[in-house]
Design a protein around this ligand. Structure first.
Ligand code: ADP
Ligand code: MG
Ligand code: MG
Length: 219
């Protein structure tokens, strides 16, 4: 079942009118994990924020259908209630916090040691991640690997993997290949200058590692 269908999405920065998204196309089905990679400044976070309805950006064209509904007509709060969740940057902490306790119970059931060895801040972050995956039909995880050492990353990834079900989906954004060793995506997309310039399977990541993003944008 199709969860998210993005067609020719364009968006600008509200304040300046600067074009950031230049025609993004992406379809995500239930149970899939999609990764968006790309160099810094290519528009990955902007895409994530546009999907949740961040006020800094204005959609200028294209369409986004989420679970059969026109997402672009929905208020940010309603997108969240409909099951779309962006890690960290989400302004909807009022919605998140009451659910954290439920997440802890379920995470504990799945993996008793899931929060062991995390510092206070990391623990909170891990809890929010778990919530994203558990409570959302589509969880967007933006650079969850930033600032985590390999052990912490392994644990966070374990939690994400354990919480995947046949009906939820994940869109994870990362600059680095490292995360993909722990969370295996169904598809990898390369974002370049505000559009997806290439889509493929895990083999894209090894080309990236060998040749860098330049090899991707020129093909
Ligand atoms: P990525 O996540 O791929 O690193 P971003 O989506 O954060 O890229 O940014 C894409 C481009 O848009 C960058 O050049 C960035 O400086 C610019 N940009 C994004 N959001 C804003 C904003 N709110 N105000 C000004 N410039 C922005
Ligand atoms: Mg960036
Ligand atoms: Mg970013």
């Amino acid at each position: 079942k199709l969860v998210l269908e993005v067609k020719d999405l364009t968006a600008v920065i509200s304040e300046s009118g600067q074009k950031i998204l230049n025609g993004v196309n992406l379809s995500i089905y239930e149970g899939q994990i999609h990764a968006i990679m790309g160099k810094n400044g290519s528009g990955k976070s902007t895409f994530a924020k546009v999907l949740v309805g961040h006020k800094d950006y204005e959609v200028t064209g294209g369409s986004v259908v989420f679970k059969g509904e026109n997402l672009l007509e929905m208020e940010p709060e309603d997108r969240s209630l409909a099951g779309l969740f962006l890690s960290f940057q989400s302004p909807f902490y009022g919605y998140i916090m009451p659910k954290l306790e439920m997440v802890n119970i379920k995470a504990d059931f799945l993996n008793r040691n899931v929060n062991e060895g995390f510092s206070g801040g990391e623990k909170k972050r891990n809890e929010i991640l778990q919530l994203a995956v558990l409570g959302a039909e589509l969880a967007i995880l933006d650079e969850i690997d930033s600032g985590l050492d390999v052990d912490a990353l392994r644990d966070v990834s374990k939690a994400v993997n354990a919480l995947m079900t046949p009906t939820n989906s994940v869109l994870m954004i990362t600059h680095y290949r490292r995360l993909l060793e722990f969370i295996k995506p169904t598809y990898i997309h390369i974002m370049d200058e505000g559009r997806i310039s290439k889509t493929g399977d895990i083999s894209i990541a090894s080309i990236l590692e060998k040749e860098g993003y330049k090899a991707m944008s020129s093909t």
